[in-house]
Design a protein around this ligand. Structure first.
Ligand SMILES: [Zn+2]
Length: 450
């Protein structure tokens, strides 16, 4: 039975908080390894040991054991690009190209409603949706990041919050300096929270000026924080930038010092071979958002070529307004299938490889790979259990193949962040879902009145 509460009682044991005994463990590191007959022990929020089950039982005592037959334990998924608060705009505007979608629908709605309360509700709704589906860490970019920080901290989800910068006034800030000052203040306010980290988030090359980008590049080096920026999402964006500045966006960003080992460039749908070589040389990271790119008609990123260049990348959902699910499993499947379709090579982006990108790849891009991204002893116990035993998923010859080509987010049964159990048997215990849904309904009514 799941969750059987049967403490170990060996003689002369080492004590841990809990042990998980699943059917399979996919630690992600070492690459390609899938374990059976193993157990994982957690103490003080960290992975204490990963051992054959009989050795675990002989060596450790614990308060609680999670026996999970038919389930696979793996690291929590990392969503490398999201605008959490936009979950309130899910399905509000569909079937429009990027610039019309932004200018005619999204920006006006945000202009009218996107204040602190909107961001607070949207962030909670997004965090719960992501946790329900096994995403344990999100890299976020939105206005009022202090509200998203508060929501994530309250729920117990790991997050990197973008200190957003955009070169026009909004309800959040009036000028570039104002955006930066507010973001840095939020970072200071949450300096003691072990689950939250921060990055600089200039929105995009077309919304942030040269002097501001230069300042952000200097701050990133000074504070050792990542830079999170949309880049080369559409062909139109690139053509416009060439007209405006005489340069393609990646070249301009590189000239301003933005492209480097702390960079997370989001989308990168349209890159030449030379540009990929430059990104690889600089040690920059990419966030692949396949569903958003499809839905906004932006194109299909050449991920097999990124791989050939040795670029580190992770997967993102983008905001719910352009996806419309904050569902890492959908991204995994789209990434794997699109890579094969685009390259005419069914061996492109194997199931193991795409799972590694969705966990360790995202963690590396965020500079968090010493803490999360794989189930190595010493790392934080950010992990999920996935049910592979339901009849509609039978037969199961290879659990790793099933994770990518079969699994849906409803199969995630347990979620831990830093050893805290946030969901058991598909039921979230980290927030009052009814309350959050009532708040979301309030905002739906407001949007309908616009
Ligand atoms: Zn985005």
């Amino acid at each position: 039975m799941d969750n059987a509460n049967t403490p170990y009682s060996p003689t002369n044991p080492r004590t841990v908080d809990f042990v998980v005994e699943p059917e399979w463990i996919l630690p992600i590191e070492p690459a390609g390894l899938l374990l059976t007959g193993h157990a994982l022990a957690v103490r003080d929020g960290r992975i204490e040991a990963l051992l054959p089950t009989d050795q675990m039982r002989a060596q450790f005592s614990c308060r609680e054991t999670f026996r999970l037959p038919g389930q696979l334990l793996m690291p929590g998924l990392v969503n490398l690009h999201c605008h959490s608060a936009m979950s309130l705009l899910r399905g509000y505007a569909d079937d429009l190209p990027l610039m019309r979608w932004l200018q005619e629908r999204i920006w006006p709605a945000e202009g009218a409603l996107a204040g602190k309360e909107f961001v607070a509700t949207g962030s909670k709704l997004a965090a719960l949706e992501m946790l329900r589906g096994g995403t344990t860490c999100v890299n976020d970019m939105y206005f009022f990041p202090e509200e998203t920080a508060k929501a994530m901290a309250g729920i117990g989800m790991r997050a990197t919050l973008g200190m957003i910068v955009i070169d026009f006034p909004t309800a959040y800030a009036q000028s570039g300096d104002d955006y930066l000052a507010k973001g840095l203040q939020t970072r200071d306010d949450y300096a003691d929270n072990a689950l939250l980290s921060f990055c600089l988030a200039p929105h995009a090359p077309y919304t942030v000026s040269d002097p501001l980008l230069q300042r952000i590049s200097e701050l990133s080096a000074q504070l050792d924080v990542p830079i999170h920026i949309h880049m080369h999402e559409t062909e139109q964006e690139i053509a416009d930038e060439v007209v405006r500045t005489g340069m393609r966006p990646v070249d301009r960003l590189d000239r301003l010092g933005i492209i480097g080992p702390r960079t997370i460039a989001v989308h990168a749908v349209h890159l030449s071979d030379t540009e990929m070589a430059l990104l690889a040389r600089r040690g920059a990271h990419l966030a692949h958002c396949p569903t958003s790119n499809l839905k906004l008609g932006s194109g299909i990123a050449n991920v097999p070529a990124w791989e050939r260049h040795g670029i580190t990348w992770g997967l993102g959902t983008d905001g719910a307004a352009s996806n419309n699910r904050l569902d890492a499993w959908q991204e995994l499947r789209h990434a794997a299938l699109l890579a094969k379709g685009r390259s005419h090579d069914a061996s492109a982006l194997t199931a193991h490889r795409v799972l590694s990108a969705a966990t360790l790849g995202g963690a590396k891009a965020l500079g968090l790979d010493s803490k999360i991204g794989s189930l190595l002893p010493g790392k934080a116990a950010d992990m999920i259990a996935v049910r592979l035993d339901e009849w509609i998923y039978q037969p199961c010859y290879d659990p790793v193949s099933h994770l990518v080509y079969v699994t849906g987010r409803e199969q995630v049964s347990h979620v831990w962040v830093a050893g805290e159990l946030l969901m058991a048997n598909g039921v979230l215990s980290c927030a009052n879902l009814t309350e959050v849904l009532a708040e979301a309904e309030f905002w739906r009514q407001k949007l309908l009145q616009l």
